[in-house]
Design a binder for this molecule. Structure first.
Ligand code: SF4
Ligand code: SF4
Length: 346
């Protein structure tokens, strides 16, 4: 991230005002991939009528106007399948004057649409940091097999190349490798297949959760931690702009080896997850909805006893626990000394 200082400044101000600063918002559950580690794509195969229930621009405006967010991660489904994604972003930007960082993941299946949408986002907003992550699970054969879409690797590579050619210091494109027992050990070959290097990669670990529509099951073996360890020794050693991802992956390696996270998660207070229908959750892992922002205001929902009891459960560590980047980065930001200790202590 090229403007990290502006994010840190913005987050510090939000903390001073005791306000949440981050939202992960699933703009749609439409998806054209069939990933082995995720069942979101089944949502509209089983319930096609639900697509009509996704939040409208007017509702998005009404919801986001009640926050004052600095950091927004859009997700899906495949976000670029939402035809009005540009309007979604400009609507959120219009009601988030402090917005400093926008991240959007993509499976890379829509190269031209993605390019024109990103170019328009950069033209029509002034968001200081816009980061797109293109998913990459392996080389050609492995990637297409794990996502069950022939030709997807090729499209993802085209998307990555088109986005890499954008010259704008507010914009970055990265590759996101989600490690699981299915692709552990294949990162190096995957990166080389894209002609990229480690400085362009973020690594995360597959998780089970209500969001991914997966039951808890074993997604990892010892290879996952070894893969993250190999990443940690291969990526550039010191870059102040990537300190968050460095700490995240150092701790991820230990987490995959069974070390619990020793500091308090900030989800449900500093950050939230919003589903495509306006239901607010603390995060993408804990299936504990606060309530519907279609029906009630943020103040009413978060000021009630139900929300307090969920936040209390998180404070007490009585949540499923996870270390996903959607949720972990803000916890690192707010627990920096503890995160450094957790990352580097033996
Ligand atoms: S991981 Fe992403 S691309 Fe794959 S099925 Fe789930 S939502 Fe779709
Ligand atoms: S640790 Fe994970 S499951 Fe628990 S509240 Fe935080 S983000 Fe949610």
């Amino acid at each position: 991230m090229k403007n990290l200082h502006s994010l840190v400044h913005s987050v510090a101000k939000a903390k001073y005002r005791h306000q949440p600063y981050k939202m992960t918002y699933a703009v749609t559950y439409q998806c054209n991939a069939r990933c082995r580690i995720c069942n979101i794509w089944k949502e509209y195969v089983q319930f096609p009528q639900k697509i009509a229930e996704e939040l409208t621009l007017r509702e998005i405006n009404a919801i986001f106007s009640q926050f004052d967010l600095s950091w927004i991660s859009l997700t899906g489904g495949e976000p670029f399948l939402r035809n009005d994604l540009l309007d979604v972003v400009t609507t959120i930007d219009d009601c988030s004057p402090r917005l400093t960082l926008l991240t959007v993941p993509t499976n890379g299946s829509l190269p031209e649409t993605t390019l024109t949408t990103v170019e328009s986002i950069l033209e029509e907003t002034h968001i200081p940091n816009v980061i797109i992550t293109v998913s990459l699970d392996g080389d050609t054969l492995l990637h297409d097999r794990l996502r069950d879409v022939p030709g997807l690797w090729k499209k993802a590579r085209t998307t990555y190349e088109l986005l890499s050619a954008i010259e704008n210091d507010r914009f970055s494109v990265l590759l996101e490798f989600t490690v699981s027992k299915h692709n552990a050990g294949h990162l190096d070959r995957a990166i080389k297949s894209f002609g990229a290097d480690y400085s362009k990669v973020v690594i995360t670990a597959a998780h089970s959760s209500y969001f991914y529509r997966t039951e808890p099951h074993s997604l990892h073996n010892s290879g996952s931690a070894l893969q993250v360890g190999q990443f940690n020794t291969s990526c550039p050693k010191y870059d102040p702009q990537s300190i968050l991802s460095l700490l995240y992956t150092k701790i991820l390696e230990k987490y995959l080896m069974g070390t619990p996270i020793s500091f308090r998660c900030v989800s449900g207070r500093s950050s939230f997850f919003l589903d495509p229908y306006g239901v607010l959750y603390p995060c993408i892992t804990m299936d504990a909805p606060f309530g519907s922002l279609r029906e009630d205001s943020v103040q009413d929902i978060l000021g009630g006893e139900h929300a307090s009891s969920i936040v209390h459960r998180i404070r007490e560590g009585k949540c499923p626990g996870c270390w996903t980047p959607c949720e972990a980065y803000q916890t690192i930001v707010e627990n920096l000394p503890q995160a450094v200790i957790a990352a580097y202590m033996k």
